[in-house]
Design a protein around this ligand. Structure first.
Ligand SMILES: *Cc1c(COP(=O)(O)O)cnc(C)c1O
Length: 472
């Protein structure tokens, strides 16, 4: 633990803290209480001031240190941590969830690698300006149908309904299927909260199930066990680009007469048995948020082969307003529309989607090579039967007790990395809906997402692998 040599007990005297600062060569000490929690940060400048003000060397530091100090959580973005530095703050302690300092950031102007970045160098600007200059900047315009048709066709599905974001896409799908109070919907434990929130919006009860060990996707066995008389649907999430076992999940859905809704927010273009994610569900939902594989800034889409559901979703997306009789409302709808400006960006993204996926895979393969020498790092599997994953954020597992150290070391060196999603079952808000989710809890505590941006190259990835190895 790199922070160790900066640690001083709050019981230490001013002199002892001085000695600690002298020895560690960093000009700074982190003052911790008996439980190891950070209580203060003292610099050599602070000590000088105390002595000038006449305090004795044997007085306890805790009585004289400043109560406000700068620190950062290892969950914060590297970019945010950078903003905390200034002429007086050269070292920022990085704390874990228990407020224990595990590492520190040092001021360094040179490197910063962000986690994700939209890649907009094709026709994005041209189409966006075209839409802008046409003044069709609201939710009508030629790019909307082009984007809906282009993206759904690329997935191998007939109809697309573009939405304001991925969360509204999920809610729209559930609403169109008539899911509501009294129904149960099965979701995986490790996902972004939007998956379960969409279920809760409808009044239905979510049922949270565990993951498969190797794929980190919803476990078909656990799904089968969770089905009750009230179960209406399941929402498999293709997590971090890995497709779920669509064979067994479709079988379960069919056997019990359940709707299968795919959450493809992280898996544009992933495949199961040669068919794209999104082509298995009765409705499948995508997100086009800024860090996703295809982006429109904010945005989402529901795709389906079912004409009736397609029309229902269009109706619900647009306030439930009758197509024949304007301002006559037949159902309680929503305003979940996408703008023509967003669709213009999306249209350009669809033109290049295969190219985008290609470089992402290349980046992931560079990581694979860089980590191939160490058994302490386990990359997300890309060799599972029938599955072809895509590279969203590159995902690795390390020993549970080293995960936070690795994260902190990366951030301390300007590399943005992210801990895996906290399992839904570990949040107060959702806990009561969860079945036994032990695999998910373990995987989540071991997982780290690494940067996957356009600017990644062998050298940067080599540096990241080095930092990970140092921390391990
Ligand atoms: C991003 C994401 C969503 C939600 O998408 P937004 O566009 O941010 O609303 C839903 N599910 C998963 C798994 C996601 O990663």
């Amino acid at each position: 633990m790199r922070a160790e040599k900066l640690l001083c007990s709050h019981r230490a005297t001013i002199k002892e803290v001085m000695v600690c600062i002298e020895k560690n060569g960093k000009g700074t000490a982190f003052i911790v209480d008996d439980g190891g929690r950070l209580k203060g940060v003292v610099t050599d400048g602070d000590i000088r001031r105390l002595l000038i003000e006449g305090y004795g060397l044997n007085e306890p530091i805790r009585d004289y240190m400043k109560k406000d100090f700068v620190y950062a959580s290892i969950r914060e973005k590297a970019e945010e941590i950078r903003k905390k530095f200034n002429y007086a703050v050269r070292i920022v302690p990085l704390v874990n969830e228990k407020m224990e300092p595990v590492d520190y950031g040092e001021y360094n102007e040179n490197i910063h690698i962000s986690l994700a970045q939209p890649q907009l160098s094709g026709n994005e600007y041209k189409y966006l300006m075209d839409a802008f200059l046409s003044t069709w900047i609201s939710s009508t315009g030629k790019y909307l149908s082009r984007f809906e048709e282009g993206f759904s066709a690329w997935c191998g599905v007939r109809y697309g309904v573009a939405t304001s974001n991925g969360t509204t896409a999920l809610h729209l799908a559930l609403a169109a299927l008539g899911i509501g109070a009294g129904d149960e919907v099965i979701v995986p434990d490790m996902t972004f909260a939007a998956t379960i929130n969409a279920v809760l919006y409808t009044g239905a009860k979510p049922v949270i199930v565990d993951l498969e060990e190797e794929s980190w996707c919803m476990d078909p066995e656990a799904v089968e066990k969770a089905v009750t008389e009230r179960t209406k649907a399941l929402i498999p999430v293709h997590i971090y680009g890995q497709p779920c076992d669509m064979g067994r999940l479709c079988e379960t859905a069919k056997k019990h007469g359940l709707y299968l809704i795919e959450d493809c927010a992280e898996a544009h273009g992933a495949m199961w048995k040669g068919k794209k994610a999104g082509s298995y569900g009765i409705i499948s939902c995508f997100s086009f948020f800024g860090n996703k594989v295809v982006t429109t800034g904010e945005g989402g889409m529901c795709i389906t082969d079912d004409k009736e559901l397609y029309e229902k979703m269009r109706l619900l997306r647009d306030h439930g307003m009758s197509k024949e009789k304007k301002y006559y409302h037949e159902v309680v709808g929503f305003n979940y529309r996408m703008t023509n400006l967003q669709a213009a960006i999306g249209t350009a993204q669809v033109e290049r989607i295969d190219e985008i996926l290609q470089w992402r895979t290349e980046v992931e393969n560079m990581y694979r090579k860089a980590f191939s020498g160490t058994e302490k790092v386990r990359m997300q599997r890309d060799d599972l039967k029938d599955r072809k994953k895509i590279a969203w954020l590159v995902s690795i597992l390390v020993a549970e007790d080293r995960r936070d150290t690795v994260l902190a070391h990366l951030k301390a060196n300007g590399v943005d990395a992210r801990a895996f999603f906290i399992p839904l079952s570990e949040m107060e808000l959702y806990r009561d809906y969860a079945k036994d989710c032990r695999v998910s809890k373990r995987i989540s505590r071991m997982g780290i997402n690494l940067p996957t941006t356009w600017e990644m190259d062998r050298e940067k990835i080599g540096r990241i692998a080095e930092l990970v190895a140092e921390a391990l």
